[in-house]
Design a protein around this ligand. Structure first.
Ligand SMILES: Cc1cc2nc3c(=O)[nH]c(=O)nc-3n(C[C@H](O)[C@H](O)[C@H](O)COP(=O)(O)OP(=O)(O)OC[C@H]3O[C@@H](n4cnc5c(N)ncnc54)[C@H](O)[C@@H]3O)c2cc1C
Length: 397
């Protein structure tokens, strides 16, 4: 899939983190002809959050900046298998976000209006249509949190997370960039003006024209090596999968009130995820508390699943920003160092457009309009982008 290389002493671009974002950035750089590129990862390829993602893709965000950004990414994902010539197990089966209260319907209606105004296919559907799309959903009227309506987004999709990582890695390698797993960045090299000129690693120093931080949950630790404080806190996000069952769900479904989302894989397993845990940590340990929470909330939606066995549970780490929007671009006062982080619980779906935009920035020196709103300077300027309401993670962090 990708070749072993000796480490060169110097590259044009060095990317820290070979998850989906580092790989996508390297891929779009290579497509621009920039191939003297080195990707380093302290672990195995895609072994961070990218290995643990439930990989739901959608564009139903809240703000105009978020909607246009994630919509461009969804469009790139629709063509990605063909572009990489690699089967990514892309399934476009839509998604329902349930509303259980009048205020949730109001919020969903605003999102649908914003989405449609920006070309995204998303609309409000009522109980009859919901029942038609998801027959096993508990639609009883008198129950706690009854289903009143939903935001329906037909182009929402799911993709095989490790296939995306391998597909990008194979393409990056064949286009000439180098991938170096088990190469940990331990510090930075700076020139006499204080500009970043490379990194220190457990395999020696590497000089580079530009260094890009694509380390997600570890991005604030990397920045601390430069005495930079990022407004990012790392939280765990847990998910579980059941044993395979017969076809049960033909669309993805989520509930913000219940902090849970569910979809069925091609193999018949049900993937269930929810909100980030409220405590910050770098531990990948899963907890019974979160499992019970996710199971009980999933059963509120689908009581008929009560006899289905849980197969396995896992945890990944998410780099949460105060406004639930990412941080991309340069850092004032730190030359030749770029950020591609703050992805929180949304980062898999954004990788293609983030990588493409970062490659354009590195190549041209100009920040693409699409990512201008996501500059780190927004935290000083008070121009936050409130994407907190865009997922089932809302309100817990
Ligand atoms: C359970 C779970 C479910 C999720 N579901 C979804 C979903 O449905 N849809 C969605 O869009 N997003 C989802 N996400 C979020 C998404 O998976 C992440 O935002 C995304 O994978 C982040 O990719 P990345 O490449 O930025 O980071 P990562 O994949 O975490 O890669 C960062 C890499 O940096 C490396 N690194 C760290 N420190 C160093 C160092 N010092 N030197 C060298 N390398 C270093 C790490 O080893 C790691 O491989 C989910 C996340 C989790 C945990």
């Amino acid at each position: 899939m990708w070749k072993y290389h000796d480490l060169n002493r110097r590259y044009d671009v060095l990317i820290i983190g070979a998850g989906v974002h580092g790989l996508a950035t390297a891929f779009y750089l290579a497509k621009r002809g920039i191939t003297n590129v080195c990707l380093v990862d302290k672990g195995y390829l895609g072994g961070g959050a990218s290995a643990r993602s439930t990989a739901i893709l959608r564009a139903t965000y809240v703000t105009p900046q978020g909607i246009s950004f994630f919509y461009e990414s969804l469009k790139l994902y629709e063509e990605l298998a063909q572009e990489l010539d690699y089967n990514l197990l892309f399934s476009q089966f839509g998604r329902l976000e349930l509303a259980h209260t009048e205020s949730a319907i109001y919020a969903a209606r605003i999102r649908a209006e914003f989405n449609r105004a920006m070309g995204v296919d998303s609309r409000i559907v009522g109980p009859d249509e919901i029942k038609h799309i998801v027959p096993p959903l508990d639609m009883r009227k008198g129950k706690d949190l009854p289903v009143l309506a939903a935001l329906f987004h037909p182009p929402a999709s799911v993709i095989r997370h490790d296939a995306v990582v391998w597909g990008y890695a194979r393409a990056v390698d064949s286009l000439g960039a180098q991938i170096h797993p088990h190469t940990e960045v331990t510090g930075f090299l700076t020139d006499r003006y204080g500009h970043v000129s490379g990194v220190r690693t457990n395999r020696g120093d590497i000089e580079s024209g530009v260094v890009v931080n694509c380390t997600a949950a570890w991005s604030s630790s990397i920045c601390e090596m430069l005495n930079l404080k990022l407004p990012i806190v790392t939280h765990p996000l847990q998910a579980f999968v059941t044993e395979p069952i017969k076809p049960f769900l033909s669309t993805g479904i989520s509930s913000t009130n219940l902090h849970v989302y569910i979809y069925q894989t091609d193999r018949g397993e049900l993937v269930v995820g929810g909100a980030v845990d409220h405590y910050p940590t770098y531990s990948h340990r899963s907890t019974n508390f979160r499992l019970e929470d996710l199971v009980s909330h999933a059963l509120k939606m689908f009581p008929s699943l009560s006899t289905v066995n849980v197969l396995r549970q896992w945890t990944g780490l998410c780099d949460m920003t105060p406004d639930y929007a990412p941080i991309m671009g340069d850092v004032p006062g730190v030359n030749r160092f770029l950020l591609n982080c703050g992805w929180g619980t949304y980062g898999f779906k954004s990788a293609p457009i983030a990588g493409k935009s970062m490659a354009e920035l590195i190549d041209t020196g100009l920040v693409p309009d699409l990512i201008k709103p996501f500059s780190i300077t927004r935290f000083d300027d008070g121009r936050l982008i409130n994407e907190k309401g865009a997922a089932s993670s809302a309100a817990l962090h």
